[in-house]
Design a binder for this molecule. Sequence first.
Ligand code: FAD
Length: 465
Amino acid sequence: RSTALTALQEELEGIPCTTEPQQLSKLSIDWHTFSPVLSEKLAGKRADIVYFPTSEAEVIRIIQACVRHRIPLTPRGAGTGNYGQAVPLEGGVVLDITRMQSILWTKGGIMRVQPGVKLMAMEKEARKTGWEVRMAPSTFRTATVGGFVSGGFGGIGSITYGVLRERGNILGLQVVTMEAEPQILELRGEAVHQVSHAWGVNGIITEMEMPLGMAYPWAECIVVFDDFMQSARFCQRLGESDGIVKRMISLHAWPIPSYFVALKPYLPEGSHAALLLIAENSLEPLADLVKEWGGQITYTKPAAVCVGGTTSSTGKGITLMEYGYNHTTLHARTADPSLTYIDCLFPADPDLKAMEYLYRTLAEEMMIHIEYLRLNGKVTALGGQLVRYTSEARLREIMQIHRDQGVHVHDCHDFTLDSLQKKDASNRNQQLELKKRTDPLGLLNPGKLKAWMEWQAQQTGSPSM
Ligand code: FAD
């Protein structure tokens, strides 16, 4: 490998790179550290060199050199993924795309960008013409749009627009293939999903076309309840109230609110808290709904006082958006690093039986955290439960208890795409089929797609790992 790396470096003279050991370690990890299981499995995995291309032409040169010398290549955005998506399991090159951050054009509610643009930069640009990003992860300040589309699923805004996977939420992706003579493909329509959420295993995204949403002035509210199941029913009803315009409904069973130190004055001891982003013109009907369900609004931050004038996603300061989604895990782990999390989808059920069962049965070792989002047109509860970690075996038992209640669990303690996407096998097959054409040597983000390893084992007649 070292001779090949020397030759690669000589050929790529002029493209910014680093081999400084501390930088290599920093740019080889992501936030899989939320999982004690992944932390152990991925420890010590490190790139040999990190390149920072500034253009598609440089990406192509890097790909050609890697193919020539059979060196693995793992793309990386801001490295905020939770599953080790951007960890280079076999070393080689990490392709850091954060310097490809041009906004190419915006027109008619569509924005074409390079993949290294941060979600917050997109939001700022979109707001100049009355638009906003449709959805963003709670890491919107640092996460890149390329990393979001390749490694994320949805977030703030998904209660209205659904997740990235929904038809129409990604309009086009320009992708460079991992071949001696790289092709530039423009995928549109449903074909984008062969590459979206594929963790960069079948092509490098170099441009993307994203649809925008109409910009609203978003107010932020905290609503508290004495009874958890009542708070969950309120959130479900709020999600289904189509006349109330919202961007986030994030629900936290006590004691999760006790981890939100900066919000302490608004989170009474023992209360369950819903953190909301609501369009300002929907605050009055929201207050009526809260009253109907017996909740109490303890905090309202009008959009006008949010930094940036219209929404705090465009500037600094405390925003509830950085308490929902996996920021919940982040705040909780800051207080208690022994906590970890599980990702799951609750079944559509007006009686919320599974949620109630898990809330009551696992109260000693698990705290319920729900994000409400729209999936296939239905308001759905996405669980990001916090678990007091004792062992991998017990963690897996807890996941099984969820499954036994009809809850779909995404295994966020496994670093393969296959384990996370169990529910969507046909999409994974499409991703595999594309990889056979775009990365015939299997150099892109190796080790992340089990289906590829199984297929290769079939070809060579050797057992798959
Ligand atoms: P990275 O982590 O750097 O990369 C993600 C994947 O994309 C990797 O597999 C990488 O190889 C691949 N990739 C990157 N760029 C390219 C490219 N140009 N071409 C091909 N492949 C590429 N996720 C959500 O979906 N919603 C949330 O609300 C959310 N909240 C989070 C909160 C916290 C506190 C943390 C730590 C994580 C959260 N995440 C969430 C996960 C993550 O932050 C997001 O998915 C984020 O969008 C990833 O962007 P990134 O730039 O950091 O990508």
